[in-house]
Design a protein around this ligand. Sequence first.
Ligand code: SF4
Length: 302
Amino acid sequence: MTRAAGVQVARGRIVLVQEQRFRLVAEGGRSLRLTLAHDAPLGTDDLRRFCEEGTPVTVAYTGEPGLTSGVAHRVVRDPSSAASQDGPAEDTPPAGRPTGLRRGQGAATSNGRRLARLRGALRDWALPRQLRGQDPLGSAAESEGSRRLRPRLEEADRVGTSICPYCAVGCAQLVYARGNDVLHVEGDPRSPINQGTLCPKGSATIGWMTSPQRLTTVRYRAPYADHWEEKPLEWAMDRIARLVKQTRDETFVRQLPDGVVVNHTLALAELGGATLDNEENYLIKKLFTALGMVQVENQARI
Ligand code: SF4
């Protein structure tokens, strides 16, 4: 990446396009989230085409130094990257041990490999490059291996939207997937609530989504039972509704002994979850108050 008069230039491939926004995986594996400037001489259809064709592009953009997002003013095909794709592959490993080795040649080959490994280690050693003035957090820290690393987002073939399940802030998320496998979850920059950010808990949503210990079916433990049973969701909903009605009917108090009218039950309580929205909370409060419940609470207030 280069920079001139506030404009930075990055080369890479576009991996996702969302309306005016797109993600560029730049050379060196850096991933940039860019918004197309309204006066840019191309549109989202062009971005989509570059993305679908996997065309290497050069992007001129402005953004805060050190951040991985900005505004793209120009996106053009990158001819140099296209040409370099046709070059011969480097470091092609030998297909197997060559036949007809003369005596002593094996040892020489093994010494050669050791020497090559040593040269590679010296080449990847960051200290000499730092002493030569290269950025210790940038190019000086790169190794042959780290240059070959690719971001997992590059493999995503679709992206969906979601809401963080954890707290009442309700941060918007983007969920990247390949087929049915979730690859990555990050903040949605279009959200006025979190503007592309997530707290550490929200950033760990992928761990919760893909955990092998995650329960995805209804579990029921009958009274006095020592084990859990799997039940259909419909069965559970019916049972909850029936027990709420039964408890309410059995414990409903119309009047206190001193004659005060209360029309309530103290045997039921409700605790709402963090991801309920205003409309859901309104309906829940209305329903439960109509049933006579006094304790109606939400996790967000605890
Ligand atoms: S990302 Fe953090 S702040 Fe945002 S909703 Fe999730 S838990 Fe709350």
